[in-house]
Design a protein around this ligand. Structure first.
Ligand SMILES: Nc1nc2c(ncn2[C@@H]2O[C@H](COP(=O)(O)OP(=O)(O)OP(=O)(O)O)[C@@H](O)[C@H]2O)c(=O)[nH]1
Ligand SMILES: [Mg+2]
Length: 198
């Protein structure tokens, strides 16, 4: 019987030589669950719950079409280049769950920080927490139809990014674009690791 491969979507491929835990962070409704669902080669684990009126009192308002929110975590897996497996952990976006994602951050090598340019301020907390944890990250701007078009310099200034922090654009609903954002992060992690060992 043929053995299962990563593309079968169940087992990690036998060619895999490395693994990394990666966080996907960002404010409510920015597209974290969507991105993990788009790229995952296994059926993603998601913990969606219907948003309630009680929650709406505490949480940042999001688009009226959004009816559910992540209440614990998202989990997915993707193998890059046949030899590096990424375990993706999506954090809940609500402000009140920020302490919980500090726990999820344990053992993570880096993070993809999703940003919605319609509300840049909403990303300050998650980016600030990554900086506090000294965790390398790539910023991925997830574009929505009514997103304002800011230039890169303007975005970097607004988000107060270090020059070495990569800034990419993605559409969390598209596989190719989301994988490109993850590859940018991995390249950054390799660069950061080699700088730190120098
Ligand atoms: N237009 C557009 N819509 C998107 C994109 N990414 C996500 N969406 C939609 O935006 C909504 C919110 O996406 P989610 O993936 O649930 O967002 P989240 O960051 O997981 O939200 P929380 O779990 O509540 O923090 C969904 O209805 C998606 O279909 C995108 O790149 N473009
Ligand atoms: Mg979610």
């Amino acid at each position: 019987m043929a053995s299962k491969t990563a593309s079968d979507g169940v087992y990690v491929s036998s060619g895999v030589t490395g693994a990394a835990k990666i966080l996907v962070v960002g404010p409510m409704g920015v597209g974290k669950t969507t991105l993990i669902g788009t790229v995952s080669e296994i059926k993603p684990l998601s913990t969606e719950a219907v948003m309630t009126r009680a929650g709406a009192l505490a949480d940042t308002p999001v688009s009226p079409g959004k009816t559910t929110t992540t209440v614990a975590l998202d989990f997915g897996r993707i193998t890059l280049d046949g030899d590096l497996v990424l375990y993706l952990f999506g954090t809940p976006g609500q402000q009140r769950f920020l302490p919980a994602w500090r726990e999820l951050a344990r053992g993570s090598l880096g993070a993809l920080a999703l940003v919605d340019t319609r509300d840049l301020e909403a990303s300050f907390d998650s980016i600030g927490h990554l900086e506090d944890l000294d965790m390398p990250f790539t910023v991925a701007v997830n574009s929505f139809p009514d997103s304002p078009d800011h230039g890169e310099a303007e975005l970097r200034e607004a988000l107060d990014l270090l020059p070495r922090t990569p800034l990419v654009h993605c559409d969390a609903r598209e596989h190719r674009s989301s994988v490109k954002a993850l590859i940018s992060l991995i390249t950054h992690l390799i660069d950061t690791a080699s700088e730190r060992t120098r």
